[in-house]
Write a protein that binds this ligand. Structure first.
Ligand SMILES: [Cu+2]
Length: 365
């Protein structure tokens, strides 16, 4: 079925004491049938450009940003969101973690399917949670058709040994002691890494410091990432468009792999509770500029240096491949969007809501 100039307007209205703050998430799908025919290719110019290494010849690249089916609101409601809750710690000196690399089709936005390379069930992979000083015994089973690997940023270990490629059908185990606290990215490090991360091979490991942080009532893990599609993913699953990945032109950007999922299914807290966000920017290339609308971070640990925090901070850049930790204590009930304040990311889906208290109304109008 062909989309005919389909237009979805999601409005996130947050009523504050001072008035109304409104985020408009315009997801506008161009009419595919109305697309103009591609311009004739100047073969000679292409050859000349290629000879001189000019990759811009292939531009402009086609964007599928915001293209969702007519029943997208229904699909968003039916979606089971990625559980952002920090899982409990395990006891013992050794924590065993086993992940199976799988080829899967997952949804990355309502009705938008993608051929993901997944650690376990999807992208991001499972949240790993250990205490500083515990040993992680990690096993990767490659259920795919090409080599894959695992790179834990929380490890100090020879990567040529531990992060080596694992052949299809094989399993490989390595151990490291989680001596450095923080929230760290993990990812497949097989070449080309851009493709393996862009296809969904990433996740977060939280290493709780031996000296505990101030108490938090709720703890959530957010992995920011972007998706580069070779099709709209509506009729058949999209796959990676490497040219768009190199050009850093994502179609969707997400928290925990699915556009706007915590707008439809907000994270929750009670008024006066301290909420901790453990944030990783998986990229593969873009940073996330973490900000919560309507509040200010009581504590921010940029670059997940847990030895010192900053207070009264509005926005903190989390670099691709990096992490940061944030505490907020919100007293006034309401709907508080969390975003990457590089606002193209919000338009492409990297936005969620922290719902504080039992507030009336919904987020979508
Ligand atoms: Cu891989």
């Amino acid at each position: 079925m062909v989309l005919k100039g389909f237009f979805v307007l999601m409005l996130v209205a947050v009523v504050t004491a001072g008035g109304a703050f409104m985020i408009s998430l315009d997801t506008m799908a161009a009419s595919r049938s109305d697309d103009p025919a591609p311009a004739a290719v100047d073969e000679k110019a292409v050859q000349q450009a290629q000879a001189h290494g000019d990759h811009n010849t292939a531009l402009p690249l086609e964007s599928f940003a915001g293209q969702v089916p007519a029943n997208s609101a229904e699909l968003a409601k039916a979606q089971k969101p990625y559980d952002a809750t920090l899982p409990p710690l395990q006891s013992g000196d050794v924590v065993k973690v086993h992940m199976v690399m799988k080829h899967k089709v997952v949804e990355i936005a309502p009705g938008v399917k993608y051929n993901v390379w997944a650690f376990d069930e999807g992208a991001p992979g499972p949240i790993v949670h250990v205490r500083q000083g515990q040993t992680v015994e990690f096993t990767l089973t490659n259920g795919g058709t090409i080599p894959h690997s695992m790179d834990f940023h929380a490890a100090r270990i020879a990567p040529n040994v531990a992060f080596r490629d694992v052949a299809p059908g094989e399993s490989f185990t390595f151990r490291f002691k989680a001596n450095d606290p923080g929230v760290f990215m993990y990812h497949c490090g097989t070449k080309p890494v851009l493709a393996h991360i862009a296809n969904g091979m990433y996740g977060a490991i939280v290493v709780q410091p031996a000296k505990p942080l101030p108490t938090a009532d709720k703890e959530y893990v957010l992995v920011a990432s972007e998706w580069y599609l070779n099709g709209d993913g509506l009729q058949q699953p999209a796959s990676l468009d490497m040219a768009k990945a190199r050009a850093m032109m994502p179609d969707w950007t997400t928290f925990n792999g699915y556009a706007n999922q915590y707008v439809t299914h907000p994270l929750t807290a009670e008024p006066g509770e301290t909420v901790r966000f453990w944030v990783v920017a998986a990229g593969p290339t873009l940073d996330t500029n973490f900000h919560i609308v309507g509040t200010i971070f009581d504590r921010a640990w940029p670059n997940q240096d847990l030895t010192r925090f900053q207070s009264g901070v509005q926005t903190v850049a989390v670099p691709a491949g990096g992490g940061a930790v944030f505490d907020v204590k919100i007293d006034e009930p309401g709907l508080y969007p969390f975003v990457s304040h590089a606002f193209a990311h919000v338009d492409l889906g990297q936005v969620g809501v922290l719902k504080v208290g039992n507030v009336p109304g919904t987020m979508s109008h």
